[in-house]
Ligand binder design. Sequence first.
Ligand SMILES: Nc1ncnc2c1ncn2[C@@H]1O[C@H](COP(=O)(O)OP(=O)(O)OP(=O)(O)O)[C@@H](O)[C@H]1O
Ligand SMILES: [Mg+2]
Length: 256
Amino acid sequence: MSPLQQSAVDVTSRHRAKVITFFQQKGGAGKSTDAINVAAVMGENNPPEPGKPCPVVACGVDVQGSMEEWASKVPEERLPFDYVITKGRVGELRKLVEDPDVLRIIVDTPGFADIDPNAPIDAEDPLGFGPAAEAMREVLELTDLALVPIVPVETLTHKPAEFTVERLLRPRNIPFRMVINNWDSGTDRTRADLKEMQDWCREREYPFMSQAIRRYKMHAQAPAKGLTVIQYPESGTALRAREDFYKIALGIEGLI
Ligand SMILES: Nc1ncnc2c1ncn2[C@@H]1O[C@H](COP(=O)(O)OP(=O)(O)OP(=O)(O)O)[C@@H](O)[C@H]1O
Ligand SMILES: [Mg+2]
């Protein structure tokens, strides 16, 4: 084998965890909710071997630390994933990616990326400079699959989602899926709102996860109670609320 072939083998056989990242400029679309619950389902499916750390790691670059606050409320023995808060420190995510014990990293990003207000509209990289921009660049560079939450009817989440795709993801060729989140299936009986959201994606050629995440009060109450979907009590509603995340997690596994 030539040295070149040998180095190709070394590179491909080197361990690399898969990075799944939630991006969306607009706050409140569901990045943290979705990230925590996807991590919980993946963690449940990939329990640690005895004496080993969890192979699933939730990673918050969010300086508000909403993931940290949430995870800190879940009793340690019930948390099916490890979590790391980088607080914008560059290099931490890369270390995690190369950690041989880590299989999946689910990243929650801040709602307000450090966008350079003076960047021309067609600038390839609107992130600007400064530590928050550097941290975001690192996350983007290491992301295997980007997920962009959008909320039907809540049009304020739509333009920022488009911005996220057009300015951050497409220029970097990062594979992405829109995640229709917080869909009020109770009032949208005819599915008109859901369909409108899906058509919005189709018009822009934005692929979307086939499973929408429905709106359940349980999800909104979960952070305060220190729960993730896998700890929801056994009830019909809880099963439905959980089902969405099981399907999303399964869909993600098929894409990475
Ligand atoms: N599927 C859902 N069902 C019910 N409530 C939801 C759902 N998704 C999100 N929410 C609620 O909407 C609010 C915003 O969600 P979340 O904090 O996950 O958004 P975010 O994108 O992380 O926002 P930020 O950018 O500010 O961090 C929260 O109160 C959350 O509980
Ligand atoms: Mg958040």
